[in-house]
Write a protein that binds this ligand. Sequence first.
Ligand code: ADP
Length: 250
Amino acid sequence: MIVVEDVHKHFGNFHAVDGASLEIQKGSITGLIGPNGAGKTTLFNVIAGVLPPTSGKVFMDGEEITGLPPHDLFHKGLLRTFQIAHEFSSMSCRENLMMVPGAQSGEALWNTWFGRKRIADEERALRAKADEVLEFLTIEHLADHKAGQVSGGQKKLLELGRTMMVDAKIVFLDEVGAGVNRTLLMTIADTILRLNKERGYTFVVIEHDMDFIGKICDPVICMAEGKVLAEGTLDEIKANEHVIEAYLGT
Ligand code: ADP
C-alpha cells in the first residue's frame, strides 16, 4: 500500500533520515520502533506530507505521493493523528469530532444557497456520526466533556476517533502510549485492532511500549540512525543482533 524508496531527510548537515526504504502492506498493523533519534517521527512526517524529503520517493497504491501536502493525502485516506490542538481543548469531545475537516460536506457558501434546513440536517447527521464514533470508542459518557479535561489516554482515543469521521484507509500513529496508563493503553490497542478488523484500516504505529507493539503489530520495523535496520515479528526483531546493538549503543 505504501512504498518508501530511499528517503533522505537532512536538517543542515544532519541526516535525520538517511536512505530509508520500506513497504507497508495493506491491512497490516506495522510497528515502527528504534532508539530515540532514529528518525522515526521524521520519516512519518515525510510520508504524511508534513515535511518534504531531501530526496527519495513515497508511493501509495502505486501512485507517487512524494511531497503532497497533508490535505491532499487526507483526501486519499492517509492520515497522521495529531494531538488535540490547544484551541480545541475547550470544545466538547463531540464537537471535536464534528469539527474534523472533510466530515461535513458543506462549505459556507454552499450552505447559504441551500438554506438553513440543509445546515440543520447536516449538523444532525454529523452529530449522530460523532456519537456513533464515541460509542465505538466506549467513551460516549465523555461526549459533553471538554476535550482539554479528559485523561491522556482518552485524548488518544479521541484522536483515533477523528480518523473515523472521514474515510481513512491508512493511519499513522505517533507514540500513542506516551503518558497513558496501562489499562487505557490496552483499550487503545483493542480499538486499533477493531478498526483494523472491522473497518479495514491499515496502521503504522510508532511506540516504545513493547507489550503494546507485541500485542498488535506484525510486522515490526526497526530503525536506527535514519536507516531501516531490520523487519520481522517482534520476537525476530528482539533477537536481531543489529537491533540489540542499536539499542545498547544509546
Ligand atoms: P525518533 O522519532 O526516532 O526519536 P526523530 O525523527 O524525532 O527521531 O529525530 C531524528 C533526529 O533528527 C533527532 O536527532 C532530532 O534531533 C533531529 N531532528 C528532528 N527534527 C529536526 C528539525 N526540524 N531540525 C533539526 N533536527 C531535527
